[in-house]
Design a protein around this ligand. Structure first.
Ligand code: AHR
Length: 531
């Protein structure tokens, strides 16, 4: 790639050296126009909307302050849940919210969060007091307000199958049991919908340091006894049970996936699961994490290289799953993913507060694209975490709220929810920074339920724009429109004082003779629709 600056200096010499150099320059520009082909007649699987899931753990300001301010707060709220956050999340059409953890889930005892609340501790995250004011009913109210669905994680590490079974009876049963009457007395006579249930969290680590074999025993017990009792949540609407899966690509993790999947293939009638989770964060050095802001191009390139490891992990664990489940009945659910940087200076290190820059927007798009390309197996994912924690959508400070660049990517990707994946081919070349070389452009396409074609294009190169020419088979392009998210610097962020520094703008796209041309700004994510 010839940088734009050197191209300009070559133009200056045209006058002197004449037509030969002009021709050479035209060739450079011709090569620079990247050809992208989309064949709509070869549709792939559905891009499950659940890959756009969120994660809200009792951690730092994720729940308290981020969601819950209490009914007496001066911050506008509905039954204690902040209205600004609800409105922002509604626009994302969040398909599911994973709660209450994370590591917190394996120390969570649900009865402390209903009726009269018990004040406990949160030993995982700063050792702070956990007031339990945000409990089962408040969570269900929250997901109802944002129009989402529940993905509950039950406590396997320090709980019992009985405790988890009773939680599900409390939530879902319809007969007049003591627990159902208690639910009604607490304000919700009707059963709650629980479409997704995680059986433990990172049981190989904070969830109890279990071996794969030990966890497998727990899984089979919990799977047997933790039932959804609601008649409306059976058959094709049955609750999906998601087992703890791997946390990396090393031998230890491949053995874990192998152990669980092999047992599932040989299972008896008395237990089952529908999903296997996987966790993978973008971190380069756990002991000395990268800064989330105030970094340069080198760190931009290093983090984006690291994030592409997701492709290898998904491929590796999907291949193991294929061995035991060639029909792909079990979903791979990447229910914790995203960037994990050093805590923001001055913040409580146990609260995992970090900034969110255009680098994170690019990172989010690259990961969502990986999940979409593996839509036959990856049918769920939850970015960590929704508000004020790690790669958040939203940051709050008392009454103030700001939407992050990652929020904007999730909003731009809404049309991909449940759309049909359409393969694309392109050869956009590479972007290089010192010893790091990455694909310059990443792209996915999908057709929504109304037949409209959507393209997402990410220009990883932070310095050079890219011209894309799209050729379409199976659809006539009459018009195209879209949005692009870019920023002046690799670490540009939105702040409470400048909340719209990184915000989507209309994309530069035109249609001529059935061909669509798009200009991708440096370090940008662009989503367009073609009809
Ligand atoms: O998202 C923060 C933590 O990361 C979660 O609690 C845990 O599951 C993971 O290790």
């Amino acid at each position: 790639m010839i940088p734009l600056t050197s191209r300009k200096s070559k133009f200056a010499s045209i006058v002197v050296l004449g037509p030969i150099i002009l021709f050479a320059n035209l060739l450079v520009f011709a090569q620079d126009k990247v050809q992208l082909s989309v064949d709509i007649s070869k549709p792939g699987p559905k891009v499950d909307r659940n890959i756009f899931g969120q994660f809200a753990e009792h951690l730092g300001y994720g729940v308290y302050e981020g969601i819950w301010v209490g009914p007496d707060s001066k911050i506008p709220n509905t039954r204690g849940i902040r209205n600004d956050v609800v409105a922002a999340l509604k626009a994302l059409k969040v398909p599911n919210v994973r709660w209450p953890g994370g590591c917190f889930a394996d120390e969570y005892h649900w009865r402390k969060g209903i009726g009269t609340r018990a004040v406990t501790l949160n030993p995982n995250w700063g050792g702070v007091v956990e007031p339990n004011t945000f409990g089962t009913h408040e969570f269900m109210d929250f997901i109802d307000q944002i129009g989402s669905q529940a993905y509950l994680s039950v406590n396997v590490g320090s709980g019992t199958p009985q405790e988890a079974a009773e939680w599900l009876e409390y939530l879902t049963a319809i007969q007049p049991t003591t627990l159902v009457k208690e639910r009604a007395a607490n304000g919700h006579p009707a059963p709650y919908k629980i479409p997704l249930l995680g059986i433990g969290n990172e049981s190989w680590d904070c969830g109890g340091n279990m071996t794969a074999e030990y966890y497998l025993r727990q899984l089979t017990i919990y799977s047997r006894f933790v039932r959804n009792f609601d008649p409306a949540q059976q058959g094709k609407n049955q609750m999906q049970k998601i087992a703890v899966g791997p946390g990396g690509g090393e031998a230890r993790w491949t053995e874990w996936t192998d152990t669980i999947m092999k047992a599932w293939q040989k299972r008896q009638w008395s237990w089952d699961m529908q999903g296997l989770s996987m966790h993978h964060y973008t971190v380069i050095n756990w002991e000395n994490k990268f800064a989330s802001v105030g970094f340069g191009e080198k760190e931009y390139a290093q983090i984006l290289k690291a994030t592409l490891e997701m492709e290898d992990l998904v491929t590796k664990h999907s291949a193991i799953m294929d061995k035991y489940d060639p029909q792909k009945k079990i979903s791979l659910v990447v229910d914790e993913w995203g960037s994990w940087y050093a805590p923001s200076p001055g913040s409580n290190p146990g609260f995992l507060v970090q900034q969110n820059s255009i680098r994170d927007a690019v990172l989010a798009a690259l990961n969502l694209n990986i999940f979409a390309r593996h839509a036959d197996r990856v049918r769920g994912a939850n970015i960590a975490q929704m508000i004020n924690v790690l790669q958040a959508m939203i940051m709050t400070d008392k009454e103030k709220m700001v939407l992050t660049p990652t929020y904007h990517v999730f909003k731009m990707y809404v049309p991909f929810q449940d759309a049909t994946f359409i393969p694309v081919t392109l050869n956009a070349g590479t972007y290089t920074n010192s010893d790091i070389t990455l694909p310059r452009v990443d792209a996915i396409a999908a057709k929504d339920t109304s037949g409209k074609l959507w393209l997402s294009l990410t220009n990883v190169d932070p310095n050079n724009a890219v011209e894309i020419e799209v050729s379409l088979t199976g659809i006539n392009a009459n018009s195209a429109t879209g949005e692009t998210l870019t920023a002046p610097k690799v670490d540009s962020i939105n702040t409470f004082d400048a909340p719209n520094a990184v915000t989507p703008k209309p994309a530069s796209v035109k249609v001529q003779g059935g061909k669509v041309s798009i200009k991708l700004e440096p370090k940008s994510v662009t989503v367009i629709s073609i009809s």
